[in-house]
Design a binder for this molecule. Sequence first.
Ligand code: OVV
Length: 405
Amino acid sequence: MIEGHKEIDAPAGVPVWDVDPYDPALLADPLDYYAELRSKGPFAYLPRYSVLACGRYEETKEVFSDWERFVSSRGVGLQDFSLEEPWRPPSIVLEVDPPDHTKARAVIERALSPRAVRELGESFRRDAEKLVDELLEKGTFEAVEELAETYPTTVFPDAVGLGKSDRRKLVDYGEMVFNALGPDNELRRNAMAKGPGVVPWIMEQCKRENLKPDGFGATIYAASDTGEITEEEAGLLVRSMLSAGVDTTVSVLGSAVWCLANNPDQFRVLKDNRALSRWAFEETLRYTSPIHTFCRTANVDTEVGGIKIVEGAKILCVLGSANLDESHWPGADSFDIERRPSDHLALGVGIHGCVGQNVARAEVDAVLTAIANKVGSIEPAGEPIWRPNNSVHTLDRLPVTFKGK
Ligand code: OVV
């Protein structure tokens, strides 16, 4: 065993590469790692963790979408749940395969349906306009804390129907969940140390009696009244929303502002055509991949791209790399909102594709539209700093200036 999974040999034809993809310095600046990974072929064998890393578009998509050969039930981090007990009861929608996955997915999909999200559009837009007005007033501000963290932690807990919100606890819980998918490194240990102050609070918020009657949470619990799921499963699905819905949208909002500040021509294009805000979201996802890496476990002996993969092998699906693969995206390293990248892998693909994407799209659309309407130019006001995380690619600090029209 190594990092909680089976140790494997390098398959024939796969180069051995002595790199640590969870090194904080690399996580803060991953582009060279991505390029080298793609140059090595469909897979590289990383002896440090005894895993296969996959970072070209085609093979990453193949592994990531084939839930029968590459299962999620054995964990989507380095740990293999068939060999080691995870730190919390597994998610019943993320860390599970059909047939068990199907029922839970249907319930959470209904709660987060386009219709349910459409009803929130008006209040999402109002909150976005208010926030952008305040930031314009300030002029120069720290866009991670004051925009990227503030906005989702204002609108999302309300949409779920949380009685209380606590920005720090929500962000820290996400940090635990996503760092837990990596090795037992300092990032994981530091995040886990926050557990006692955060986990009991989160679990308390997931209880039926603490949820308002008109949020996503209530819709989920309604499915336990009809017997579709149990009340305990409903609580776990609310936990899934709080696990996956905060740090990811914080990441994409921060990265969207970063992209627009660094590409003023693209901000101009957006201002001239507001309908492109949807594509600014997708291109930000492609260009920055809020989830840079998720794993799958080979559940059978199989073959991908001519490479033999043994049962029990952990595959690092490096989404951040696949989304920058030149052979799929000409000019991959430029941020271009007119590219309209509908087939990026940032939200996954297939049965596990992001179930909250309607909510994320509505949040980012509200914020980008408010910015495009009200802000004349976005300028960098200092060096951005990235916050290393074992699964999430996210900014830590982003000083910017909003100038009026
Ligand atoms: C997509 C995702 C990320 C993290 C946690 C979960 C899902 C969950 O279901 O708990």
